[in-house]
Every structure is written in C-alpha cells, then in structure tokens.
Design a binder for this molecule. Structure first.
Ligand code: NAX
Length: 332
C-alpha cells in the first residue's frame, strides 16, 4: 500500500467530524493508500481529539494509518502531502473582551492564524504539498497562508465546491433533471454571498443550463440568491452551519485535484489568479479548473462571459480586493 500524510486543522469541529472517517476509509485517496492523519486543534480543545481518534480506530478501516492529535501546527504539517485547513475562529466569538462581529476584525484574527500556518506549511510540508482552505474567510485566508509559505511549488486552494454542488443541485431541481447530468459548473470569485455561480456555462446533458431552463427571470433574479444564501438557509433550518455537505465538498475537491478531470468537464475551486479573465494576479479566485491527475491544475480558458456575468464577477473581484486591503499588514 502507498502511504500519505494528511493534516487537518479544526479536527474537533463539526465539519471535521463528518470529514475524518471519509479521509481514512479509502474513499478519498483510494483503497490502495494508507492515510496517516494528523489532527490539529487549539490547546484548549486538543484533548477532545483523543475521543475522535478512538472512533476512527473503531471504524476499523484498513486504509487508516497512524493517528496523531496535536496543538503544534509544525508537528501537524510536517511532511504532509495534503493539508486541510478547516479550523478558524467564527464570527461572534469574544477575543480579548471584544465580540468579533465585523468582517474586517474576523479577517485580521483569522489572518493571524493563517500567517503561522502558512509559514509552517511552507517550511515543513512536502515540497509539492496541496493545501485546501475551508475555514472562512477562505479565499483571503488562503492568500495569507500562501504568501507566508514562500513556497510556490506547493499548491493552495480555497474551497468553493460546496457552492458549486449547491449551484448544481438547484439547476437540477429546476430543470427536473438528474444531478449527474449537470456539468461544467463554475463558482467565480469569493466564497461569500458575492460569488457568481455561472448558469450560462453550466450544462445539463451537454446544453447550457440557461437554455434548458428557459426562464431568464428565474436564472438572473432567483437562482443566484438561492445559491448565495443557501448557507444561511441551512443555518436557519438546522440551527448550525453546513457540516456534512461541507465535508463532502472538501472530499470532492481533493478528489478533483488528485484525479484527471473528465474530458469536456471542469471543477470549481479558488486558486491564485494568473491574470486569466482579467482577474488581478495572485488573488485567490474561484475559477473553472482541470487536473491532469499528476498535480498539474489549469484554469480553463476561453469561456464566454456575457455582460451579466462580467458585472457579477466585478462585484466579487472588488470584494476580494477590499479583503486583501483589510489584511495588507499581514501580507508584507
Ligand atoms: P467549528 O466551530 O465546529 O469547528 C472549528 C474548529 O476549528 C474548532 O474546533 C476550533 O477549536 C478549531 N480551530 C480554531 N482555530 C484553530 C487553529 N488555529 N488551529 C486549529 N484548529 C483551530 O466549525 P465548522 O462548522 O467545522 O467550520 C469550520 C470552518 O469552515 C468555519 O470557518 C466555517 O465558516 C467554514 N466553512 C466553509 C465553507 C466553505 O465552503 N469554504 C462551508 C462550510 C463552513 O461554513
């Protein structure tokens, strides 16, 4: 059996609880790969991980390798092939006597975490490590982490696959089609309510979803808010934020990166912009991507963006630029 090392921050959180068994069961990295899992938590919580580890042992998967719990990011990411940065500080938490409500404060607090994590990953993880940021604000956290890693050979991603899966599901439901018939979904931009899930270039059985649905008013006025606000709708209904679907999307992203993309299709994740589609270089931006299955990820070129799309993409680009401005002290 091959062996890989996978590090996960936020190991005691609710997404991790759905995620971890699926990382070590053969489902994500293949049945012929043993997964050595390093769970990283803040010191106040790290002891709880012993219980999680007991449960993982009790699952009895033959692909489960060594299991480690640590509050030391350096120990956690050492020699990691994949790092899943799930942990972050949620809005509403009290830090130094102040309730964190403003997005700019949230950006700074989480930015501080991703500074240390980025440095450790750059120095200690594998030279070709892949890093997926799930913890919010995911794109800007990834920007900070990648900048501080000072290791361009490693590949950073921020997760937009949950948005893409939600976007596909809504199209399928509206069209009365099977979810598997919806392909070529892109979530452009930020993982935030400004994201642009692209119904024009998404396809249902190979035809533009907008043509299949044939209801422009729904597409332009109802569809976008449905996808953009889906996270909030889940919170309202469940009393907690998406966890099983977020874990599933993280697994989808790892598999999409590690395996060759099906001919003609693409997948959605945020990666450092290379200037494609006029997006400022290095912003961590949601693009349509393909993988050759050997570690090479390309931004799909030549996708047509109509005026509607361009207006939406400008909004999400501007938001990412303002987030970058808010954390500029952390990017030096
Ligand atoms: P939880 O609050 O259940 O768990 C987060 C865990 O992270 C906690 O156990 C906390 O102790 C830990 N943590 C905090 N700082 C840490 C650090 N410096 N090192 C290691 N661990 C640390 O949140 P959960 O529901 O699991 O969500 C995790 C993150 O995913 C949140 O930021 C959330 O906003 C984000 N999400 C991102 C999504 C995406 O599509 N990109 C969708 C789902 C989710 O909302």
């Amino acid at each position: 059996m091959k062996e890989i090392n996978v590090a996960v921050t936020g190991g005691a959180g609710q997404i991790a609880y759905s995620l971890l068994p699926r990382l070590v069961s053969g489902e994500t990295f293949g049945v012929d790969t043993k997964v050595n899992l390093r769970l990283i938590e803040i010191p106040q919580v790290v002891d709880k991980l012993e219980g999680t580890i007991m449960e993982l042992i009790d699952c009895g998967f033959e692909q489960t390798g060594s299991l480690l719990a640590t509050a030391d990011i350096k120990e956690g990411v050492k020699d990691a092939h994949w790092v899943l940065l799930v942990g972050s500080i949620p809005r509403g938490i009290v830090v130094d006597g102040k309730k964190i409500e403003e997005r700019s404060d949230l950006l700074k607090i989480n930015g501080g975490i991703f500074t240390d994590q980025g440095e450790a990953i750059g120095k200690l993880a594998q030279e070709d490590a892949k890093i997926l940021v799930v913890g919010n604000p995911a794109n800007t956290n990834a920007l900070i982490g990648r900048t501080k890693s000072e290791n361009p050979a490693q590949s950073w991603f921020a997760m937009t696959a949950l948005d893409a899966n939600r976007a596909k599901a809504q199209l399928a439901e509206k069209a009365g089609a099977e979810i598997s018939s919806v392909t070529n979904m892109t979530v452009w931009g930020n993982h935030s309510p400004t994201m642009y899930p692209d119904p024009y270039n998404a396809q249902i059985d190979g035809v533009s979803a907008v043509e299949v649905i044939n209801d422009l008013d729904w597409v332009e006025n109802e569809y976008l808010p449905l996808v953009q606000q889906r996270g909030k709708a889940v919170i309202d209904a469940r009393g907690a934020s998406s966890a099983a679907s977020a874990a599933n999307a993280a697994i989808d992203t790892v598999k999409a990166v590690d395996n060759k993309t099906e001919e003609g299709d693409w997948f959605s994740a945020a990666v450092p912009s290379d200037g494609s589609y006029g997006i400022p270089e290095d912003l961590i931006f949601g693009f349509p991507l393909t993988s050759n299955g050997q570690g090479k990820i390309d931004i799909v070129q030549g996708i047509e963006l109509n005026d509607f799309a361009q207006a939406k993409i400008k909004i999400t680009t501007d938001e990412l630029l303002s987030e970058k401005e808010a954390v500029k002290d952390l990017l030096d």
